[in-house]
Design a protein around this ligand. Sequence first.
Ligand SMILES: Cc1cc2nc3c(=O)[nH]c(=O)nc-3n(C[C@H](O)[C@H](O)[C@H](O)COP(=O)(O)OP(=O)(O)OC[C@H]3O[C@@H](n4cnc5c(N)ncnc54)[C@H](O)[C@@H]3O)c2cc1C
Length: 230
Amino acid sequence: MEQNKNISTLKLISSHDEVGNVRTFIFETGGLTWVAGQSLGYTLPQAGEAEAEKQRWFTIASAPSERAIHISTRVSESRFKQALNAMKPGEEIKAYDLGGDFTWKEESDEPVVMVAAGIGVTPFRSILLERHKAEKPLNATLLYFNRTEEVPFQTELQKLSNKHPEFTLRIVIGEHVTADKIIELAPQARKQIFYLSGPKPMVESIGLKLRERGITVKQDRFPGYDEKNY
Ligand SMILES: Cc1cc2nc3c(=O)[nH]c(=O)nc-3n(C[C@H](O)[C@H](O)[C@H](O)COP(=O)(O)OP(=O)(O)OC[C@H]3O[C@@H](n4cnc5c(N)ncnc54)[C@H](O)[C@@H]3O)c2cc1C
């Protein structure tokens, strides 16, 4: 199957802890170019024989202007995450299937609502930093739900909100994420495009409820996460 996938080999430059069990792995781009918000598939043969063990998808958490590919993830006990975490600088990972439409149209300055649940924040980090670098307005409200006070990229996002009065950052700790809560915090969501990123079951159930209310929703679904570990 893999021979049909446009495969790139990416070399690890470095890795570092963010907060809690979130760690960022920084790779050379291998010549890849991407649009902020897109994702890649990865294979690590040392994680096992089965696809379920050796393959995962990750949003590119870095902005294209950072000229490196970042994976930011919660390091779980899974064989893939343990193998990723054991990588040393200079070692390589195979990446494929670059794509995805969880992107903010380049030409559009229309305000949007972004909802991140925990590590679901990765595409928003990429999108917001890229627009900031390009000196475009950040016409967005980011509702950022996290289980604990350890909020990935909090300082970076707060700096962006300080520099951009048009950007509203709302961090919500330890609350159950529901469509009602989202509408309460961002009543304008009814009229704006709405980006939802986080655990797959959460994104799918909330996305459905919001669509039933006539809201236009874009979704980034992360399998392997739920209410307890996002
Ligand atoms: C388009 C897309 C973009 C994505 N972007 C991101 C991203 O930016 N960041 C990100 O983190 N994820 C992202 N994901 C999800 C990612 O692909 C993984 O599914 C997710 O990170 C969970 O990986 P895991 O190896 O921990 O999962 P799983 O293996 O499914 O593990 C799920 C849970 O089971 C536990 N577990 C698994 N194996 C073991 C074991 N052997 N022993 C004990 N416990 C175990 C883990 O601790 C974990 O809590 C994305 C997915 C898609 C499709």
